[in-house]
Design a protein around this ligand. Sequence first.
Ligand SMILES: Cc1cc2nc3c(=O)[nH]c(=O)nc-3n(C[C@H](O)[C@H](O)[C@H](O)COP(=O)(O)OP(=O)(O)OC[C@H]3O[C@@H](n4cnc5c(N)ncnc54)[C@H](O)[C@@H]3O)c2cc1C
Length: 387
Amino acid sequence: MLDEVLTPEERAVVARAREFAERHVAPNAARWEWERRYPLETIREGCKAGLHTIELAKKHGGQGLSFSCKLRAFEEISRHDFAFAFAMINHHNAVARFARDGQPTHVARLLPRMIAGEVIGCAGLSEPGVGSDFGGLEMSAVKVEGGWKLNGAKAWITNAAVAGLSVAYAQTDKAQGYRGIACFAIEADHPGFQRDKPFELHGGHAIGVGGFRLVDYVAPDEAVLHPPGQAFKAALAGINGARAYVAAMCCGMLQAGLETAVRYTRERKTFGQPVLDHQGVRWRLVDAATDLEAARLLTYRAARLIDEGGDAVLPAAYAKKFATEMALRRIADCIQAMGANGLRAEYPLARHLACAKIAAYTDGSIEMMNERIGAGLSQVFGAQVFG
Ligand SMILES: Cc1cc2nc3c(=O)[nH]c(=O)nc-3n(C[C@H](O)[C@H](O)[C@H](O)COP(=O)(O)OP(=O)(O)OC[C@H]3O[C@@H](n4cnc5c(N)ncnc54)[C@H](O)[C@@H]3O)c2cc1C
């Protein structure tokens, strides 16, 4: 549906992402989970394949392609592993944002290493005590000569296990609220940076989620990406895109779930017939297929609006809410259709179910999507008077 509006070059990028995932991600994803490991070597392979420069401007050495192209590429990768795809796309985002917003001397020094995959990037908004309410973050930044002194902790950060550069947000003046927030490029090999041990979860270890602390860390003036007054707005500017691609990645996981469940239930017999021929099972998978179709339509609409520069706030919120809720319910249905075998590690479904739960938090939880959609209810539905 979305591929029709992509250029031939962009369709080739999507095809390359699919091939990359089949070759490098599918055979290894279960093992990464088993070993609770961040697949740095495969992230670097992904960099060689250009998975982190799809949207990066050509003048910075990127491919300069559309958001829709990036979204489709990562939907394909998520069919095999949401966790790897999420880690890779977060590196992509850090590369593109640092190139766009960083100061030229800083960018000239670090961007080539990020493009080469030597330095992995991450985005640091969340903290041990702050998640949904981003405006209330507590990491502090105090102006000193030649730079800013930062203190505080970040938590639940994708790629934190290895990241060398964090696009991190800190409060410069609590009294100013969200207007006091500034954004810095934080380097992990500078004094005052302390990395936490990656978090142990029940799934999604390839995300490399964890945290770090800054103790009297001095960020030079050249490391300011957005001064106070501009950083909050800049953080929100990318959020619609993140919501849309998380929705697309949920579609990728359910696509894999349906393919697995349909193949399995066609072969497996109970009461003398294929499980798929039992109406009770078939209808459950029909519901999953119908939800997948609807989620794709919502997601692709949001992606196109983002590329066209339209207002994607509500479309992205609808897409993320619908796609994450549907993935949670329908991946579980695919497992159910396969009986106990659906739980086996040789199938991706249980991994995908854990990652659907992760998707329900990242880049705005389901409740935050409800708040977003709720704020517009009156405007969208309140104008018409009946009776
Ligand atoms: C694997 C993973 C990777 C992540 N990667 C990153 C990353 O790279 N960078 C980053 O900055 N963050 C990252 N996050 C953090 C993510 O953005 C937060 O988990 C999310 O913002 C929710 O915050 P919280 O978990 O602290 O929940 P809280 O904010 O503590 O909320 C707890 C619960 O209350 C609900 N809630 C909160 N406020 C309201 C309200 N007003 N109305 C109704 N319900 C409400 C929430 O939806 C949630 O269900 C990641 C999280 C995970 C799980």
